[in-house]
Design a protein around this ligand. Structure first.
Ligand SMILES: Cc1cc2nc3c(=O)[nH]c(=O)nc-3n(C[C@H](O)[C@H](O)[C@H](O)COP(=O)(O)OP(=O)(O)OC[C@H]3O[C@@H](n4cnc5c(N)ncnc54)[C@H](O)[C@@H]3O)c2cc1C
Length: 501
């Protein structure tokens, strides 16, 4: 049983601070005596030493205020996405027994650890009856149980950032928190995202960010995950045939590509049926998605692109792409697709075998193309294609560039680097993907002008203001990372007159 060194809570930590500290010392020494002298691990504990007695007096929960919404256990367990979300929480429902170490058989924790990520609503951060009061922290408008997920330091720091930003925007507009929230929640969300807050499903849509309309190129990018397909053997469309491909994680399909070989001397066209399936075994049922026309020119040997542009049914885990019989046309088997799915004809299904097909976007592929740095996302959890990474086989320096198309006034560049210490590549103290030495330059009147030279950066988020100049291009050149062979970047923004809106 987990034991928490907590006193029974019958002493007031604020008004009887010294007694509370004494209680904590008593609790620890009493437990130590038990471990050493009468527990069932006394043999093992014979050479244990007492290294530290925690004496810091701290209260886990104090008073909470009521806002326009009070988040409860149901909201949290359902991972509810509030419209006015300004931060997210994800810690467990971590409720401590009021009697602390004296909780006995009941245990010192009532702990639910499978809580999904849940959103923090703006309305829980201001008072419902005091007109100009924000409360960000463990005093916010959450029920006792729901507070378990939000009252941790890193989460409350982001809620504090949100409430502080909202307070500044309210003051600028001479509005109270409720009025402001009703009219300007989108503005607040954008201001937060601009300052590297993560809000589920909210991406950069800042109209003032000049980078969003720029053309992005780079010296190289890592091509991991690009679907390179090799063909194994031809199969004739002597009868209707189909392929079933996993679409888990995809909401829509933009295009389908089919590799076909025609030995026919005439052009042919046919209807291709796309169907959403819950299970491979139910390939005869499913929800029809769309019928698209396939044109196969005489003598074709190559990829045919079918524009689909269709939303997938919510229940679809696979998409079935069915071709009718076609004269002298082969639909080869490809050798390296991987993933779940299969192919079929009549009432035969071969799982793990696929006719040559590409679905775009493909959910399980990562791409590290330069243009990812302006797609609005700065977390892989929100969008797996949210970063640029240079080709690791090419040595540094590597660069990435924004081209505005014409000389454009600019006075600040904002960069979001890759520093997630939870990533599998993490090498503390500094994440190896984080850019260490870099330079920002501007293309002005036909030559490069150096604006910023940075050495030994280790932070994720950097804002570099400079004197306004008219630049056609902005370039970030990377000469060192904290260990990664690739230069990586989540986002680059460019501004003229960077300021809080
Ligand atoms: C024993 C214990 C262990 C914990 N362990 C963890 C853990 O491992 N990880 C984790 O993430 N969280 C942990 N927590 C929870 C976390 O520390 C708190 O929930 C969190 O720090 C609360 O943040 P807050 O900003 O709401 O309040 P606080 O951090 O308490 O900040 C409030 C601040 O306001 C100041 N203040 C109060 N009154 C006034 C005033 N009148 N004028 C000016 N300033 C004032 C206070 O001095 C204080 O600095 C733990 C909590 C406890 C009690």
């Amino acid at each position: 049983m987990a034991v928490k060194m907590e006193h029974p809570g019958d002493i007031d930590d604020t008004l009887q601070a010294e007694e509370a500290r004494d209680e904590l010392i008593k609790v620890t020494l009493a437990f130590w005596d038990y471990v050493k002298n009468s527990s069932d691990v006394t043999d093992k504990a014979e050479h244990y030493k007492l290294k530290m007695i925690p004496i810091l007096d701290a209260k886990r929960e104090s008073r909470r205020l009521v806002g326009d919404v009070m988040v409860n256990q149901n909201d949290v367990e359902a991972g509810r996405l509030f419209e006015d979300r300004i931060a997210y929480a994800g810690w467990d429902l971590d409720i401590h027994h009021p009697k602390g170490i004296y909780s006995g058989e009941e245990g010192s924790l009532d702990y639910k650890d499978d809580v999904p990520l849940n959103s923090v609503p703006y309305r829980s951060t201001y008072s419902r009856n005091i007109e100009n009061l924000f409360m960000a922290g463990r005093c916010m408008s959450y029920s006792h149980v729901a507070l378990g997920t939000v009252r941790v330091q890193a989460t409350l720091a982001t809620v504090g950032q949100a409430a502080g930003t909202a307070a500044a925007l309210c003051a600028e507009r001479e509005m109270n928190p409720r009025e402001f929230g009703k009219k300007h929640i989108g503005l607040l969300q954008q201001e937060l995202v601009k300052n590297d807050q993560t809000i589920q499903g909210i991406k950069n849509e800042d109209p003032n960010d000049l980078a969003r309309k720029a053309k992005v190129t780079a010296s190289s990018y890592e091509k991991v995950g690009e679907e390179v397909i090799s063909l194994e053997r031809p199969i004739g469309l002597t009868m209707p045939r189909w392929v079933m491909v996993s679409v888990k994680g995809l909401k829509k399909i933009d295009t389908v590509r089919l590799y076909l070989e025609s030995d026919s001397g005439t052009d042919q066209s046919a209807a291709v049926q796309l169907t959403g399936l819950e299970e491979i075994a139910q390939h005869e049922a499913g929800t029809p998605i769309k019928k698209v026309v396939l044109n196969v020119p005489a003598g074709l040997k190559g990829w045919v692109q079918l524009p689909v542009n269709a939303t997938l049914p919510k229940t679809a885990k696979f998409v079935k792409i069915a071709l009718p019989q076609m004269s002298q046309v082969n639909w080869p088997i490809m050798s390296n697709r991987g993933g779940r799915g299969g192919r079929g004809y009549k009432d035969t299904v071969s799982t793990g075998e696929f006719h040559a097909v590409k679905i775009e976007p493909r959910a399980d592929l990562k791409n590290y193309k330069p243009e990812n740095v302006i797609n609005g996302w700065t977390r892989l959890a929100q969008n797996p294609a949210s970063m640029w990474r240079s080709d690791p086989t090419q040595s540094l320096p590597q660069w990435i560039e924004l081209d505005f198309g014409k000389p454009t006034p600019v006075n600040a560049v904002q960069l979001t680097f890759v520093t997630d210490p939870n990533g599998h590549r993490a090498k503390l103290p500094f994440e190896e993907s984080c850019l260490k030495d870099y330079e920002i330059s501007a293309w002005v009147n036909g030559k490069w002008v150096s604006l910023v030279k940075e050495t030994y950066n280790f932070q994720r988020f950097r804002v570099h203001p400079f004197k306004t100049l008219k630049a056609q291009k902005i370039r970030l050149s990377v000469s060192a990372t904290h260990g990664s062979p690739s230069a990586s970047l989540f986002e680059i923004r460019a501004y003229h007159n960077l300021k809080c809106q």
